[in-house]
Design a protein around this ligand. Structure first.
Ligand code: SAH
Length: 210
């Protein structure tokens, strides 16, 4: 392992990421594959970086933390909203039986599909859709992860979570710090816990088909 990768792995452990499968998937997945050429030299730094369409690839420690908080069960079916580069998607793919990932920019969908195919990841379906609607065709999901900030928990999406399921979602105004929420759906309603402050790009309505 090179020095930057070793530093990144140390940082993940310091941030409380202990799940061996998650640590291994971050260690083995080459993040440089997901960042734009201009930022290649910084791909192992634990920072968010710009990608196409004015979006960002998340910080690896946050990707690992959110994945750990999802507590994905064996053979779990996961819905991801906000494919972006496909980096978080690839990590989810290693821990679940099937991932449905939704993105509103066609360009990002096309690029993420190519990346995952090159990595021989075949248990992911990436769809050009508006995440506010979730993906009813495959609902209910065991787990749902939202990687763009919403002002409130999207009702159509939470309806697609199984009872006993977990949703991780950043909630707050787009130009401010948001709260990363862990939402557990129970028979009686939603159990909501605030995990940490985060800053994600906002979730926006509608598709961008170019
Ligand atoms: N996890 C990604 C980060 C993506 S940034 C990564 O590591 O690369 C958030 C993504 O959510 C952006 O790509 C943005 O285009 C997408 N997004 C925003 N609003 C959306 C919506 N309504 N439906 C689907 N995707 C959306």
């Amino acid at each position: 392992m090179n020095e930057s990768k070793a530093l990144l792995m140390l940082k993940l452990r310091q941030n409380g990421v202990s799940n061996p499968e998650i640590l291994k998937s971050i260690e083995t997945l080459d993040r440089s594959f997901f960042v734009s050429k201009n930022f290649l030299s910084r791909s192992l730094e634990d920072i968010a970086l710009p990608i196409d369409c004015g979006q960002t690839i998340s910080q690896p420690s946050l990707v690992a933390f959110m994945t750990q908080q999802l507590e994905i069960p064996q053979r779990g079916k996961v819905l991801e909203i906000g494919t972006g580069s496909g980096y978080q998607t690839a990590i989810l793919a290693k821990l679940s039986s099937r991932v449905y990932s939704i993105e509103r920019y066609k360009k990002l969908v096309d690029r993420a599909k190519v990346r995952l195919a090159k990595l021989d990841i075949s248990n992911v379906i990436i769809l050009l859709q508006d995440g506010f609607f979730g993906y009813s065709a495959q609902a209910p999901f065991d787990r749902i992860i939202v990687t763009a900030a919403v002002e409130e928990i999207p009702s159509l999406v939470i309806n697609q979570l199984k009872i006993g399921g977990i949703m991780i979602v950043p909630v707050g105004l787009s130009n401010q710090q948001q709260s990363l929420l862990k939402v557990v759906k129970t028979e009686k309603g939603l159990d909501i816990k605030e995990l940490m402050s985060v800053r994600f790009v906002p979730m926006r309505e509608g598709l961008v088909k170019v």
